[in-house]
Design a protein around this ligand. Structure first.
Ligand code: PLP
Length: 388
């Protein structure tokens, strides 16, 4: 693991199921051992060699104090320049403990109590709690039938939020978890225009941005004209499996820079030095590994589509453009709002049920495809047995 130069052909094929079952993280301990767990957003990979080496060196020299400096922002800046031809401004960036604590803090700053926050659902379930825990209201703008942004629904939701709020906001997931939609530059420009028109502050979670698959092009929201008052979040956590070694980066548009000084102390000083080191190593040195991962995920999305067509023709999946999720439309099976319950009970395979993702989630289940081809084959076989 600690050879930083080790070349990894396909990170998704390095570990056996027995090795994975030795893990103590939530993915592998939440269900009994006869369940194949393909739910929460963890990847079934070994740590990318440069990250493992950076952590090993840190521990060896006992460099485990508080984080310092602009290393994270500079690493994201260089990564964004290389992959998206766009520059993050380190002077308008701040390291935060993780994406969700950063989002929670920013929502409290940019909106007032009981204000409306627009969510384009189905979307990452924690978004709902981030809004309601802050004492704000969710205003849903459901995605269209293809799992893409419905700009008319966003316009309506923004109008409703604006009418009933002092300082409304939109919390956007870009790319979209769970549908894997990559929002286009034109869609984002339209969102920016609507936000300006309705006085809605946009907060964008771009945690899945490094996971854009061949054929789609990621556009950073802050690179779109008219987004100067927006705030975006980046992290290596989803792409390099660093949820256990957290750190994230908040990047403010020029008109949002004043927010940085107003973040709560616990958020400003909550990031872990080890986390920052791991994330910097990922963004700086983890691109070859990421490219190998993306090639594996590209193959997996085709594999899952083929497996569904062969064994579960009544389940459909829009081809994800990003992320490692398959958002399975199981409504044709007639299993009610949460098909994942039956898959678990009868098939002993754990997917994420659709309902917590909000409107549009009923009848769907999310399959985490960041695993080996053998595990995906077994998962589809188990689902097919469960519904047969
Ligand atoms: C869209 C999105 N945002 C945030 C997170 C969590 O990020 P963090 O652990 O940095 O809070 C996830 C995890 O799955 C996610 O999918």
């Amino acid at each position: 693991v600690t050879d930083p130069g080790r070349v990894v052909a396909n990170p998704l094929e390095e570990l056996t199921l027995d090795q994975l079952r030795m893990r103590t993280s939530i993915k592998w301990t939440n269900y009994p051992p006869d369940v194949l767990p393909l739910w929460v957003a963890e990847l079934d990979v070994r740590l990318a060699p440069p990250i493992a080496e950076a952590l090993r060196a840190t521990i060896e020299c006992g460099d485990t104090g508080y984080p310092s400096g602009d290393g994270y922002a500079e690493a994201v800046r260089d990564f964004a320049a290389a992959r998206w031809a766009w520059q993050v401004a380190p002077e308008r960036s701040m390291v935060v403990p993780d994406v969700m604590s950063g989002i929670a803090a920013v929502l409290r700053l940019v909106t007032a109590p009981r204000d409306g926050v627009v969510l384009c659902s189905p979307v990452y379930p924690s978004f709902f709690r981030a809004v309601t825990d802050a004492g704000r209201r969710v205003v849903e703008a459901p995605l269209d039938a293809a799992g893409r942004l419905d700009l008319a629904a966003v316009a309506t939701a923004m109008e409703v939020a604006a009418k009933t709020s002092e300082r409304p906001a939109l919390l956007l997931c870009s790319p979209q978890n769970p549908t894997g939609a990559v929002h286009t530059g034109a869609e984002l420009a339209e969102i920016a225009g609507l936000a300006r028109r309705h006085g809605v502050r946009v907060v964008v979670d771009e945690i899945h941005a490094p996971l854009v698959l061949p054929g789609a092009e990621f556009v950073p929201y802050l690179s779109v004209p008219g987004t100067d008052d927006a705030v975006a979040f980046y992290s290596a956590s989803k792409s390099w499996n660093l949820a256990g070694i957290k750190a994230a980066l908040l990047v403010a548009g020029p008109e949002a820079a004043e927010l940085l000084d107003r973040l709560p102390e616990v958020v400003l000083h909550g990031a872990s030095h080890l986390g920052v080191i791991a994330h910097v190593a990922a963004f700086r040195h983890g691109q070859p590994w990421l490219d190998a991962l993306l090639a594996g995920l590209d193959r997996n999305r085709t594999l899952v589509a083929d497996l569904l067509a062969e064994h579960l023709p009544r389940v459909s999946m829009a081809r994800p453009e990003a992320t490692y999720f398959g958002w399975l439309d199981c409504r044709g099976l007639g299993l009610g709002v949460d098909p994942a319950e039956l898959f678990l009970e009868r098939g002993r395979v754990a997917l994420s049920g659709g309902p917590p993702f909000g409107s549009g989630g009923a009848g769907f289940a999310r399959l985490n495809c960041a695993t080996s081809a053998a595990n995906l084959r077994e998962a589809v076989r188990r689902i097919a047995v469960a519904v047969s």
